[in-house]
Design a protein around this ligand. Sequence first.
Ligand SMILES: [Zn+2]
Length: 143
Amino acid sequence: MTHEVVTGNEWTKPIPRPDAVSAPYWEAAARGELVVQECPECGNRQFYPRAVCTDCGANPGWLTCTGHGTVHTFTVIRQNHAKPFKDELPYVVAIVELDEGPRMMGNVTGCEPDDVGIGMPVEVYFVTADEGVAVPLWRPRGA
Ligand SMILES: [Zn+2]
């Protein structure tokens, strides 16, 4: 499932730097796809990317996700003096539980922070941060 990749805006935050293990994750994100690792031996799914399955030590494969999840928990950041984050206050940092199981941290955008709640359905989209690198963000599903 492919999701929107927003391009053309200057990215002023730290730029993720893919390594050998995480490169497939970042390459998928740049295409608008969210992937997690899935173990071909035991079926364990994991995020963030690691060199081995955390359950059995096998070499993990990749699973393309729906990009849908729910807010597992979150906080509203109201104070951050570091640029460029101070310009976005208040903003939401959430742990999103993917429909596929793993949880990942990210910003929930596209609604007022006070409208975010535990269990809220969200979907991923991406913002291009650099050549071939896009960062996943979340917004209310169906927004
Ligand atoms: Zn395994």
